[in-house]
Design a binder for this molecule. Structure first.
Ligand SMILES: Cc1ncc(COP(=O)(O)O)c(C=O)c1O
Length: 383
């Protein structure tokens, strides 16, 4: 096709549109930090933590350097290490299992539910049995609120309670969503999130946070965040990290949090429109009862017989970008293929990896642009 006639490409996630809306407020927030020069542990960090606590309902919020650190810090604080098994879904971003391996423990991969893409409690039980057979000590479970939808926290929590595991919720993609009327951040012992720029609540670099109602855990996390510092600054009492969120990112997040509720509503509208327009030709995401989604991704499944690469190419020709999260589940990746999987295997993870594809999704996707996406999807499925 002639380059000049090629449809102009639309953004997959439009960080620029949000930046434009926020305008001067971001510049001013950054300028305030540049003026006071407290680049580490400045007043904005404490303010952001308090505002995130009131947004989520969690008693304690410990901000940190990334979502990966958020997961790792909780595992470190709970003393998870060699010989321990931590159960993760395999259909997730690699950081979920990576944090477990970094802590020295063994990630045991479990299967997910075909409709919600989230951890399957029955496979979790099988994974626990597998771990025991291997001589590992079951310690924790990390459900992931994948693509923004909260996991089945009651079902996972019930298995965890029966088996004496603690629950670390990986809400890197799900912060802002709810489970049975409670915001994520309050439904597990600890919840980790990421402020990576493309996340629903993202900063302008790396960042993350941990939410918990457990005061002792929060105190330990604050120590781990600064190299395991004790009450005497020069007597480090445990191993830790350089795990802080910097003040500039906190200042940016304070401004973004002010419009987050409004963006959540806008994302819901986009998702509802997609579901109405596409529900009869592809498998659109399904919200389980009691679960909401923040729609970090809008991920569809293609009907049998539709070639995914051909579908993506057809959309690209119309200027519509797509992404595949995740072409390989964790247990299929080089670094993770030697870790155990739950008895019975992970057939759902493997089939999702073969047929999912994500469409543009963000709070600034106007109806005309969304109609272009819908037309391109319909055209690609019907040819
Ligand atoms: C499910 C999940 N967990 C953890 C992370 C890690 O977050 P970060 O990139 O901030 O380290 C991500 C980030 O993409 C994620 O999607």
């Amino acid at each position: 096709m002639n380059q000049h006639l090629r449809a102009q490409s639309i953004p997959f996630i439009d960080i620029g549109a949000q930046r434009q809306r926020l305008g001067k407020t971001i510049d001013e927030a950054v300028s305030r930090v540049l003026a006071h020069c407290q680049f580490i542990n400045g007043p904005e960090v404490t303010q952001l933590e308090a505002e995130l606590a009131s947004f989520s309902g969690a008693k304690h919020v410990v901000s940190c350097a990334s979502g990966t650190d958020a997961l790792l810090m909780v595992l470190m604080a709970k003393g998870v290490g060699p010989g321990d098994a931590v159960f993760c879904p395999s259909f997730t971003f690699c950081a979920t299992g990576e944090a477990v391996a970094l802590a020295g423990a063994t990630p045991v991969f479990v299967d997910v539910d075909a409709a919600t893409f989230n951890m399957d409690a029955a496979s979790l039980k099988r994974g626990i049995a597998t771990a025991r057979k291997l001589g590992l000590k079951p310690r924790a479970v990390i459900p992931v609120d994948l693509f923004g939808q909260s996991a089945d926290h009651d079902a996972i929590g019930a298995v965890a309670e029966d088996e004496g595991l603690f629950v670390l919720d990986d809400a890197a993609q799900g912060f802002g969503a709810s489970y049975k009327g409670r915001r994520l951040g309050t439904v597990a012992l600890a919840t980790a999130t990421s402020f990576f720029p493309a996340k629903p609540l993202g900063c302008y670099g790396d960042g993350g946070a941990i939410f918990t109602d457990d005061a002792k855990l929060a105190e330990t996390l604050r120590s781990i965040r600064v190299h395991g510092q004790g009450s005497d600054k020069y007597d480090n009492v445990r191993l830790g990290l350089t795990g802080r969120l910097d003040t500039m990112q906190a200042a940016i997040l304070i401004e973004k949090l002010k419009i987050f509720e409004d963006e959540i509503a806008a994302r819901d509208r986009v998702a509802e429109r997609y579901a109405r327009a596409l529900g009869n030709i592809v498998t659109v995401p399904r919200l389980a009862p009691g679960c909401s989604s923040i729609w970090a991704q809008y991920t569809i499944r293609l009907p049998k017989g539709i070639d995914r690469d051909g579908f993506a190419a057809a959309l690209k020709a119309q200027g519509v970008p797509t992404a595949i999260y995740y072409v390989k589940s964790m247990h299929q990746q080089t670094a993770y293929r030697d870790f155990p999987v739950a008895d019975g295997g992970l057939p759902v993870c493997e089939s999702l990896s073969a047929d999912v594809i994500s469409l543009p999704m963000h709070a600034y996707l106007d109806e005309a642009t969304q109609d272009r996406v819908v037309a391109a999807v319909r055209g690609a499925v019907s040819t």
